[in-house]
Design a protein around this ligand. Structure first.
Ligand code: CTP
Length: 407
């Protein structure tokens, strides 16, 4: 889950040609599980409609035509109180000046004056307006009051001029909202590749070889990496789980397909191979359903080795991810086997778990793992798979963070 899930933003849309970009911002916030209530100013309503914002936010949009019915439903105090953050986008020169002066002559400005919730503004205006001493003074006043700014950016503007005044891109505003509400994200800017779930190796068009992996641990790791700011490609075998939000998901069936999808996802900074990849596939997959018959002996399935994805990623030369992490599903001598596996596969870390049926780990919701690194082996307490994922991601962030510092 994104760290924004369950949080709420009150988005104030002021007038300006850039108002159309708030559609994308609302879409990004909703996709991250963040609730969005929009207040559309009179001038904003000249550029975008309440209907479009309502469709995207899936909530009532409040306008300057502030009726008594609205006041009954939710007064302006309640509107801001229900939010974790107020965002003004686009914030025009006029809106910034009114905020600085403390005016309260419409719904948007009244909400902004009546709140002690943090406020983020994303200015957008003509470059001369942005550089005008009046706007400079408004911005200085607002910044001194603790109002946060994102943008404006330099670029070509709708008025055919070039300079500072362009609204920051929706993705940048979204990142700043995340930064303010969730805190700095240690893996921002990094690409992580995660494999998850079992693979299905076909025997004939209706039968396959599989295993008991549920994909829960791999999916939880993908979600935790995304929450920490990484761009995540999740390559997953057949599982019954929902896609984690904010993650690019590639669906595969077989080990061969999983390997091809991993190759296509490179380059990556981090690879976590949590999938329970079938070690073997059927040598001769029947093109038609195999039929039983009273006089013929049952078929003998001939297996051949599947490619080892973890080993290939660990030895990928120039395109090797900086940190390659494998799992070791073991039923005996967990620590020894995991250490040997780390050396054999050439990966940096191994997350070892005991998958004997009585542990209930394979296919269950909890995991008890040992982390094998160059420094040795450490055993973690048994906990929910989502907590194992968070602990592993915290360790990844600490390791890559200290690498960054030493560069
Ligand atoms: N793995 C892989 N490709 C394979 C087999 C395994 O990428 N064809 C990865 C798994 O995702 C896991 C690690 O290798 O990260 C170890 O998987 P595991 O099943 O524990 O070990 P195997 O390599 O299959 O070795 P063995 O069955 O002998 O224990």
């Amino acid at each position: 889950m994104s760290g924004l899930a369950g949080r709420r933003v009150l988005l104030i849309v002021a007038g300006g040609i850039a108002a159309y970009k708030t559609h994308e911002l609302v879409r990004l916030l909703r996709r991250a599980g963040c609730g969005v209530t929009c207040v559309l100013s009179d001038n904003g309503a000249r550029f975008v409609t309440a209907l479009s914002l309502q469709a995207l936010s899936e909530e009532k949009v409040y306008t300057d035509m502030f009726s008594l019915t609205d006041e009954n439903e939710m007064g302006h105090i309640e509107l801001s109180r229900a939010a974790d953050l107020l965002v003004v986008a686009p914030a025009t020169a006029n809106m910034l000046a009114r905020m600085a002066a403390g005016l309260a002559d419409d719904l948007a400005s009244t909400v902004l004056l009546a709140t002690d919730t943090p406020v983020l503004v994303a200015p957008a205006m003509n470059v001369r307006m942005w550089e005008h001493p009046a706007t400079r003074a408004s911005c200085a006043t607002l910044a001194a009051r603790g109002i946060r700014f994102v943008g404006p950016r330099e670029g070509a503007m709708a008025c055919n001029e070039f300079g500072f005044g362009r609204l920051a891109e929706p993705a940048e505003i979204f990142a700043e909202i995340e930064n303010l509400l969730v805190g700095p994200r240690p893996l921002a800017g990094l690409h992580a590749l995660v494999t998850s779930g079992p693979t299905h190796e076909p025997i004939d068009p209706v039968r396959y070889l599989a295993n008991r992996s549920s994909g829960r641990q791999g999916h939880a790791i993908a979600a935790a990496l995304a929450e920490a700011g990484a761009r995540v490609s999740l390559i997953r075998g057949p599982v019954a789980l929902a896609d984690p939000p904010g993650v690019h998901v590639v669906r595969v069936q077989t080990a061969e397909e999983m390997l091809a999808a991993c190759r296509a996802a490179l380059p990556a900074d981090i690879a976590v191979c949590a999938a329970a990849v079938a070690d073997w596939k059927i040598a001769d997959v029947a093109g038609h359903k195999m039929k039983k018959s009273a006089d013929a002996a049952p078929p003998v399935l001939r297996l051949v080795a599947n490619p080892d994805i973890l080993a290939e990623l660990s030895r990928a030369g120039a395109s090797r991810p900086r940190l390659v992490i494998g799992f070791a599903a073991e039923t005996d001598d967990v620590a020894d086997n995991a250490q040997a596996k780390r050396a054999r596969k050439g990966c940096d870390w191994i997350v070892a778990n005991d998958v004997r049926a009585e542990t209930g780990i394979m296919g269950g919701t909890e995991n008890q793992v040992s982390l094998v690194t160059e420094a040795g082996i450490e055993s973690w307490a048994r906990m929910d798979k989502s907590l194992v994922a968070r602990a592993l991601v915290a360790r990844i962030a600490a390791t890559l963070g200290s690498e960054k510092q030493s560069i």
